[in-house]
Design a protein around this ligand. Structure first.
Ligand code: ZN
Length: 489
């Protein structure tokens, strides 16, 4: 087990502040002595600045306040060149450091991230009185990694003035890993093997029990369990993967946010050998094949064989009860990088159910999916395409319909399915509905996939289609209906 515990930022900062305060006192004494005889103007100015406490009062002093904040942070900045933007204002000021990597797509994402963090900060404190002072201080670490990725961690601190001193009111970290191939942020599915959270859980339980026996909080086991809400904050570095744990969730709150690293040597079986990236060209046509009602081993596997052969991606909207019966098929889907969607537990018309029952259809299926492949559904398709308010509230995923109905369930005939496809002039941007439970559909897929590739279509998941074709970041609970997936109408 690796023993590399990264010191917590809060701890480090407290330490640094103490050192600075002492240094300040000493300097103050020396300066006072120097000035006792002659009034040296510059020294007076320095003393005035020191006497005003750990705060700022105008643009210039905020700049030096921010500069000393960034200075006392010990950071790793391996990637890109650092850019600093300092905006003084009353009552809100912001000092932001971020990397410019030179990779256009990554840099666009980074600017979006810092921009939205600043926007959230200003929104949160918009009722602050004119005479008050609140500051956003955003710093970062950036890492080259042993994978085709760069890791970037933003540490955000918000401070407010109290008794002429700026005090921390909130601090958190935001982690990102960018593919060096595509420039885009990587998802856990691309980085880790299915079921990785269970292994991380075992590792971290052991780690914290060994290293923090006296500091563990009540409920630490739950917060280190291999469940959906844990292990989502991590960054790849040059030596391993560092996971971050929110303040007070694992060890005592006084320790602030803690992080712990698992070395690459310890990550075998947890991390993918090669980060799963597909080079999707947004300028070329793309289509999303989707399969409902599975998994059903015989036909699902036949479809997967074909997709694997052609290195194609599709989305499987699975029924929870089938997932529970045939978990191995779902595991294979995840391993092949297919998108896993939910199609409810037992295929009811969700419109006719109570909100509580809708929620249980969603949650039960997610639990079965997590058990089968270590991840919950990233998209949801309601049975019969019947969306409802309760679903939007509880889906915990984007709600996605389709724009081509192959009627495979009706014809049960591969030729008819192909005829529907061939009848559509432009399939770019379309979501194609099929069902993974018919032999005829599997047969159709074996014709359709090579045909689409030959025609120049990229076969992508629904989420990829949203992102690359529609420039839409898929949003949980948002309804993407029949009318959404058309480019030519
Ligand atoms: Zn269905």
């Amino acid at each position: 087990m690796g023993e590399n515990m990264v010191e917590t930022n809060a701890e480090k900062r407290r330490e640094n502040r103490k050192i600075r305060a002492e240094r300040k006192k000493r300097l103050h004494r020396i300066l006072a002595m120097v000035c006792s005889g002659v009034a040296v103007l510059t020294a007076v100015i320095v003393i005035a600045a020191l006497m005003s406490g750990d705060s700022y009062k105008d643009e210039k002093s905020f700049q030096s306040y921010a500069a000393s904040y960034f200075e006392e942070e010990s950071t790793t900045k391996d990637v890109g060149r650092m850019k600093t933007v300092v905006k003084y204002g009353t009552p809100l000021s912001a000092a932001v450091e971020y990397p410019v990597t030179g990779e256009k797509i990554t840099d666009t994402y980074i600017r979006d991230i810092t921009g939205s963090l600043e926007k959230q900060f200003r929104e949160k404190h918009k009722k602050t009185g004119k005479e008050e002072k609140v500051a956003l201080l955003l710093d970062y670490n950036s890492y080259h990694t042993k994978k085709d990725a760069v890791g970037i961690v933003f540490s955000e601190e918000q401070r407010a003035e109290k008794d002429k001193n700026m005090e921390t009111v909130s601090s958190q970290v935001h982690t990102y890993n960018f593919s060096t191939e595509t420039g885009r942020p990587l998802t856990s599915i691309q980085v880790f093997n299915p079921g990785y959270k269970k292994q991380c859980s075992a590792y971290m339980l052991d780690y914290f029990e060994k290293n923090y026996p006296d500091d563990l909080v009540k409920g630490y086991k739950k917060n280190l369990a291999g469940s959906e809400k844990n292990f989502n904050k991590y960054v790849l570095t040059d030596t391993g993967v560092t996971f971050y744990f929110d303040k007070g969730t694992v060890v005592n709150a006084e320790k602030g946010m803690v992080s712990a690293e698992i070395k690459y040597t310890e990550l075998e079986g947890i991390l993918r050998d090669k980060i799963e990236v597909k080079a999707i060209d947004p300028d070329k046509p793309m289509v999303a094949l989707t399969f409902d009602d599975g998994p059903y081993p015989a036909t699902s596997n036949r479809i997967l064989d074909c997709l694997e052969k052609y290195d194609a991606t599709a989305t499987f909207f699975e029924l929870g009860q089938n997932v529970a019966n045939y978990p191995k098929v779902v595991k294979r889907e995840a391993e092949l990088g297919m998108e896993i969607g939910s199609h409810s537990w037992s295929h009811p018309n969700l419109k006719t159910l109570s909100a509580a029952k809708v929620k249980s259809q969603v949650d039960k299926t997610n639990r079965a999916l997590e058990k089968a492949c270590g991840q919950k559904a990233s998209v949801f398709r309601p049975p019969y395409g019947n969306n409802c308010k309760a679903l939007e509230k509880h889906a915990k995923a984007p709600i996605v319909l389709w724009s081509v109905d192959t009627l495979d369930w009706k014809s049960r005939n591969a030729k008819s399915v192909m005829k529907v496809m061939k009848g559509i002039k432009n399939l770019d941007g379309r979501v194609v509905l099929m069902h993974s439970i018919y032999d005829s559909t599997a047969e159709a897929v074996e014709k359709m996939v090579p045909w689409l590739i030959k025609k120049g279509y990229q076969l992508v998941s629904v989420s990829e289609l949203l992102e690359y074709r529609y420039n839409e970041t898929p949003k949980n609970g948002k309804f993407y209906g029949y009318g959404y997936f058309y480019l030519d109408q």
